[in-house]
Write a protein that binds this ligand. Sequence first.
Ligand SMILES: [Mg+2]
Length: 376
Amino acid sequence: MIELEWLRLYRVQLALRTPFRSAESVQRKKDTYLIQLEASDGATGWSEISAQTDPSYWPETVATCLEIIEHHLVAQLRRGFASAYEIHDALVAVKGNQMARASIEMAFFDLAARTTGVGLWYLLGAAPERTHVPAGVSLSLNENVADLIADLTASRAAGYRHVKIKIAPHHDTILAALTDYQDPSGHRIMDTLVLDANASYASTNRGDLASVDNLGVALLEQPLGEHDFVGHAELARHLRTPIGLDESIAGVDDVMTALQLGMRPTINLKPSRVGGYVESLRIIERCQREGLHLRIGGMLETGIGRAHNLALASHAAFDRVGDLAASDHYFAKDITPAFALEPDGTIARPDGTGLGVVPDSAWLAEVPCREIRIRY
Ligand SMILES: [Mg+2]
């Protein structure tokens, strides 16, 4: 039985090496909190709040997560938990607020794995032999075509197998440049390219998507609004390009909705967006049963969130390269040991118990920390 004593919130303010733009927002730094849970026996577990400071990608923000954690979720933690799965049932007493719930649940999974002496990946049912996860990089939206193509070429040269490019309506010059693109070794790379529209075609002429369809890319992610399952299903009947769902997937029920409408979407899974690992595992099971492709998404995480994503993405169900890039793509200096891109285009899953990494102790000593007593 694990009894939680303390919840600590460590302030993270890490400048991104370059600002990250999508159709929805511009992010210049990782501005969030790490979560540390401490049990009565002194065992600890780590996670991070993956929300952004603004609700442009997802309704939650860092501020709403803090409010929900402190005033609603902590109250659910004042009893013992026999397993990482029990805590999920306690946390779903709070409706919605997936990223807030996930930050607690995912820290608890790390703690439970460390307590048991196993890797988090093991607790998640991931494959022992998948010690390395294929790396993919998501490039910032850039309407300067020359700069975007330079970023794409640099990513290919660095060894990234898949590249995601953010697009929005009326980016015809970007689409034209991609049509003729060859990487430094002379390869056309359309079958490794993902275009992510971040719901930006929701209110425009969907005819614009014909030029996207002509490119023959591997995946078109979230062209329409997050609630527009009917629109996505209709689009899937008319486009040859496979459609991915990202913002639309808040839980396994959303996967079922898409299936019931006749879609076979590639699922972009961000564990924090679905409330944590228990719901992620339900989605994984459903994707495996239905034969849906699965990829891991990203929220510009620090090394703590990146270690979480590596543990989950080493599950055998992830059959598409996701948005998991090396630490140096995002930060000059991360708060954990850096995750590096291997020569074969993969990133090593950390060894060791739990996440396999903890935040740098010198960094922890410097940043503001707020402690919340869970049990009295
Ligand atoms: Mg996306």
